[in-house]
Write a protein that binds this ligand. Structure first.
Ligand code: ADP
Length: 215
């Protein structure tokens, strides 16, 4: 499957993407994970974007498109991909459209994960992420805690709260989402690719996507 996952921070894009990869070998491509990996590795790129990301601002469209242009041409994308956190702006969506046309790739759909603001705020402040950039498993201290306090079940690395999960950075990310990313809902509706699903339960989201892919 070739899907775009849309939705506010905390809507569950990453969690849904990880589950979908288990269905048919499609790969999850999270621009957030790729960018955090660059920050952690201390590359030139990482140093440039570290502050920006910690405060909850977006990285430039040019930079993200450069990364994605390369990523989408890697052989593991042939089986399918789940775009998680990309595109994030209208210019990114337009550039992605041109890129996919060039590569002769057709998207199945753009899934809008819809969830109330209060739920998102609660989920983000209680979210914890595995600090190992190869793993990045996601937990929640209320709904999905680690088995051993603070240690990732999958790889044993410490589980941490992300720099951009302070109250201040969270409200900035939500404002950025409303201003820059929410317009993509109308964009993909006009492209005839949009489905909107209630993202309160991950199982419900997965069922809706499977049903649509089969129809
Ligand atoms: P979330 O969806 O929970 O906000 P992500 O992990 O997708 O988190 O993104 C974290 C940060 O990475 C964003 O706040 C932004 O700084 C940067 N980022 C990720 N994807 C993009 C993108 N497509 N365009 C610009 N910046 C991005």
């Amino acid at each position: 499957m070739k899907l775009i996952l849309l939705g506010a921070p905390g809507a569950g894009k990453g969690t849904v993407a990880k589950k979908l990869t288990q269905l048919d070998g499609s790969v999850q491509i999270s621009t957030g994970d790729i960018l955090r990996g660059a920050v952690k590795a201390g590359t030139e790129l990482g140093k440039k974007i570290e502050q920006l990301m910690a405060s909850g601002d977006l990285v430039s469209d040019e930079l993200v498109m450069g990364i994605m242009e390369e990523r989408l041409q890697q052989p593991d994308c042939e089986k399918g991909f789940l775009l998680d956190g990309f595109p994030r702006t209208i210019p990114q969506a337009e550039a992605l459209k041109a890129l996919l046309e060039n590569l002769d790739i057709t998207l199945d759909m753009a899934v809008n994960l819809s969830v109330d603001r209060e739920v998102v705020l609660d989920r983000l402040s209680t979210r914890r992420t595995c600090s190992n950039s190869e793993c990045q498993a996601i937990y929640n201290i209320k709904s999905n805690p680690t088995q051993k306090g603070g240690i990732c079940d999958k790889c044993g690395s410490p589980v941490i709260q992300r720099d951009d999960e302070t109250t201040e950075a969270i409200s900035r990310r939500l404002a950025t989402y409303t201003e820059k990313t929410a317009p993509l809902i109308d964009y993909y509706e006009a492209e005839g690719l949009l489905i909107t699903v209630d993202a309160t339960s991950t199982e419900g989201v997965l069922a809706a996507i499977k049903q649509k892919l089969e129809s």
